[in-house]
Design a protein around this ligand. Structure first.
Ligand code: GDP
Length: 669
């Protein structure tokens, strides 16, 4: 297989637009499958897991390949719901072109916009597919207008549906009537966009003798540099426009040779990876374990060189090298063994310790950029229902977070809770259901405690504390005098030894520091960790016999507690950036709701199609139930994204309530 004949396409867009159906239609049309896979029957190649068949939604990224016109097209089908972006975003790393699938019925949706932006930011070429053209009451012309308004007038139809929607007409080289717009003016627009990247062609075009074949040959470049974003039309369900879709991928989207070059970063050195180079460089963009066989597959995009089963590959963590054993081509959940993986292709390797984002190489090593993955902000605290299941749970969670970078688990040392982080409610629930189903363990869940922090606004000087214990056995003695200051937000903790002379033995001064740190870790005001303070040790006293490490630790703790409480202690709370997309009609209610959650509006933006985006900053403590509230305000039409922004001071009335609650005896349920 030649690199120039490969196309790597990631199908992105909102859930239900028809990405999986489109890939299934290509598989059918290209003869890979005998019959068209159907989502409602659970007979698709790509939504192959039990959960996906049950939910009738893609929950995971799946890869397949079709051959068309001597080209090998790798299709990466990603889950469309914003909650599952942890699988969709890394898939961009494997592709050269993002095909943004838009449903003609629902038009531009939250994830249409998000994934378009992410693909563009990452330097991918983009093509739009307007799917479901067969559905009743769709207005294709209006949708094309909205796409141009939202994503720029470089978005141009390169085919147009026939009036009876039984097929599509090519804009360049086609003839006949269309369901909207005329072919001639669509052709002019597309040709002019293409000529921008070829001066000679532009001159010929202006002189009226541009050769159509040359125009088509230049199209790939126009798409690669973003001067043209082709729009095509399909009905995946009725297999209309599918052949033309495959033609468009072959003729209009860049091969790995023309696409954006990835960069290998090694310390300060950046090297563009040459797809024609002979050293292997690839990147892992997905790992997935087969739940039945328990075999882990790592999916790799090869940017240069070749992967062979008997050749060692290296990662930064695996200097010794790994031996692949076999190289596979994945088609949904099935795999076929290959002799080798060539530059530009996508392959899978089994049973290797590889992680999403890892660069693999056989020459000079380094790292390769991965698209930015949002910090998951939805959190649930979990407890195992049965004692003794903890090990099974952590093994399962380790696997989930390996497969999905937006699924994270932490043991909070302050609150002693095991907290699961995900993008949203549906995301976390899906993994908890998997836990029960595939690992046979059940957990209880409750909202996690908010990870507040404690700090001070003021200062306290000459705070003294003496620890003395002289009853029975050997005694303990330590006296310290400290100053406590507020440090700049984010500056952390600083300990300064300002003792002149030997008031405290040199050997005991680190004990004071240690004591302060211990107290900071468990908090003073309400049991949350203390941040951003500076402590100066200015004086103290040592006892010739009774002074010891532990005595000065205790004195350090005591002095810090006292000094902290005298320095205007405050609580800090995490604040998130909230971005809500909802119908314009709901804006008033949404703004009111955000204000009642102590939120600060940041801005709003109108979108085509009576939709709007509302941006605000809201304390995390106020948004734990946002999911259900938004859904009730908008009748299920709204969606939101949340990401961590910063820590901010808790208002004093709220602070009082948190402090009071922290002093209540712990409740056990
Ligand atoms: P995805 O979430 O983007 O992968 O979308 P799916 O491929 O799962 O399709 C979502 C739903 O739309 C399914 O019920 C499909 O049967 C339906 N669908 C897909 N393509 C078409 C189409 O061209 N026309 C119509 N009318 N329905 C379609």
């Amino acid at each position: 297989m030649k690199t120039e004949n490969i196309r790597n396409i990631v199908l992105v867009g909102h859930g239900d637009a028809g990405k999986t159906s489109l890939a299934e239609a290509c598989l059918h049309m290209a003869g890979v499958t005998k019959r068209l896979g159907n989502i409602s029957d659970g007979t698709t190649v790509l939504d192959y897991t039990e959960d996906e068949k049950e939910k009738q939604h893609s929950l995971e990224t799946a890869v397949c390949a079709v051959e068309h016109d001597d080209c090998h097209i790798n299709l990466i089908d990603t889950p469309g719901l914003p909650d599952f972006c942890g699988q969709a975003i890394p898939a961009l790393a494997a592709a050269d072109t993002a095909v943004v699938v838009v449903s003609a019925v629902t038009g531009i949706e939250v994830n249409t916009r998000k994934m378009f932006e992410r693909a563009r930011q990452f330097g991918l070429s983009v093509m739009f597919v307007i799917n479901k053209i067969d559905a009743d009451g769709v207005n294709l012309e209006e949708l094309v207008g909205q796409i141009q308004e939202s994503f720029g007038d470089v978005c141009l139809p390169v085919n147009l549906p026939k009036p009876d929607l039984t097929g599509v007409q090519r804009v360049i080289g086609g003839a006949g009537a269309t369901s909207f717009g005329d072919l001639e003016s669509a052709k002019t627009a597309a040709v002019e966009a293409i000529c921008v990247v070829n001066d000679e062609l532009m001159e010929q075009y202006l002189a009226g003798d541009a050769d159509e074949d040359v125009v088509i040959q230049s199209a790939m470049k126009a798409v690669a540099v973003g001067e043209l974003v082709p729009i095509i039309f399909t009905s995946a369900k009725n297999e209309i426009g599918i052949d033309e879709f495959m033609d468009a991928m072959v003729n209009w989207t860049p091969s790995p040779l023309e696409a954006k070059r990835r960069v290998l970063v090694n310390e300060d050195e950046e090297t563009e990876i040459d797809p024609a180079g002979d050293k292997l460089v690839g990147q892992v963009f997905r790992v997935a374990s087969d739940y039945k066989s328990n075999i882990k597959y790592s999916y790799i995009r090869i940017f240069g060189g070749t992967i062979r089963s008997d050749h060692q590959i290296h990662t930064l963590a695996e200097k010794k090298g790994l031996r692949p054993g076999a190289v596979y081509r994945m088609v949904g959940g099935e795999h076929q063994e290959l002799d080798e993986g060539v530059a530009g292709d996508i392959v899978a390797l089994a049973k290797l310790d590889l992680h999403i984002g890892n660069a693999v190489f056989d020459g000079e090593g380094g790292t390769i950029e991965l698209p930015k993955i949002p910090t998951p902000m939805f959190a649930v605290a979990i407890e195992s229902k049965v004692r003794g299941d903890e090990d099974k749970i952590s093994a399962a969670f380790r696997r989930f977070s390996e497969e999905d970078p937006c699924f994270q688990v932490e043991r909070n040392p302050t609150t002693h809770e095991t907290v699961v982080h995900g993008v949203g409610d549906a995301h976390v629930r899906m993994y908890l259901a998997k836990l029960t189903k595939n690992f046979k363990v059940e957990v209880d869940t409750h909202p996690p405690k908010i990870p507040y922090r404690e700090t001070i606004l003021g200062q306290a000087t000459d705070v003294s504390y003496t620890h003395k214990k002289q009853s029975g056995g050997s005694g303990q003695f330590g006296r310290v005098i400290i100053n406590v200051f507020a440090n700049e937000r984010g500056a952390g903790y600083e300990f300064v030894d300002k003792i002149f002379g030997g008031a405290i033995d040199q050997s005991y001064r680190p004990s004071v520091d240690k004591g302060v740190r211990q107290q900071m870790a468990v908090g003073v005001l309400a049991g949350y960790p203390v941040v951003d303070v500076k402590v100066e040790l200015i004086d103290g006293k040592t006892h010739p016999v009774d002074s010891k490490d532990i005595a000065f630790q205790i004195a350090g703790r005591g002095a810090f507690k006292e000094g902290f409480m005298k320095s205007k202690p405050i609580l800090l709370e995490p604040v998130v950036n909230l971005e809500v997309t909802a119908p314009v009609d709901n804006l008033g209610d949404l703004q009111g709701d955000i204000a009642s959650r102590r939120g600060q509006p940041v801005g709003q933006e109108m979108l085509p199609g009576q939709m709007a985006v509302l941006k605000a900053q809201v304390p995390l403590a106020e948004v734990s139930d946002y999911h259900s509230r938004l859904s009730s305000i908008t009748g299920g039409q709204g969606s939101y994204m949340m990401e961590f922004s910063h820590y901010d001071q808790v208002p004093s009335n709220v602070q009082q309530r948190i402090v009071d609650e922290s002093h209540k005896p712990a409740e056990h349920d």
